[in-house]
Write a protein that binds this ligand. Structure first.
Ligand SMILES: [Mg+2]
Length: 176
């Protein structure tokens, strides 16, 4: 399980990834977590900045989906306004719902999110590339997410103890 919590890579925000390079490398489908990855609870619909970011990704040639554990009331306004695919109540880190959204070409998919215990774990179980971003603003977290972040810290410490080289390479930039 511990190794399944290690992301393929870590970046400071969704905007810090080189999407042109990812497209050239063969990636075609981007699955984004919503809260604290693309936006925060301070917003109940996409602002102009998020809309133009998503449009840039579409222009490169990506299909974009939002895969959130939040309910439809929270998630659907973003899916509709941005004109993307995806689903509410994804139940990450389980992968049943996600599997209904993706094809079989796992090598072409990147899942991007801010939590190890939901986003990264789900991506690694699916067998797609997992990208961890720094959360936008943890003060907007709901209670359950705050709890998850404490649990996440426990697992990060275990990874550091058991796989120090992996920790240094993939997690240190986010957790120190
Ligand atoms: Mg999140």
């Amino acid at each position: 399980m511990l190794r399944n919590l290690v992301p393929s890579e870590v970046v400071t925000s969704v905007k810090a990834l080189d999407y042109q390079a990812k497209y050239k490398a063969g990636f075609r489908h981007l699955l984004f977590d919503l809260d604290n990855t693309l936006t925060t609870y301070a917003f109940d619909a996409p602002d102009a900045e998020l809309t133009s970011f998503i449009n840039e990704l579409k222009a490169i040639g990506f299909t974009v989906s939002i895969v959130s554990n939040s309910g439809a009331k929270r998630v659907n306004p973003f899916i509709e306004a941005l004109g993307v695919g995806g689903k509410a109540s994804c139940k990450k880190p389980t992968i049943g719902v996600l599997q209904t959204l993706i094809g079989t070409d796992l090598e072409s998919i990147i899942l991007i999110g801010d939590q190890l215990l939901t986003d990264v774990w789900a991506a690694n179980r699916l067998g797609v590339r997992s990208v961890l971003v720094h959360p936008i603003d943890v003060s907007t977290d709901k209670v359950f997410t705050s709890f998850n972040r404490k649990l996440e810290r426990f697992f990060v410490n275990r990874i550091r103890a058991k796989y120090p080289a992996v920790y240094d390479q993939r997690l240190k930039s986010r957790y120190e």
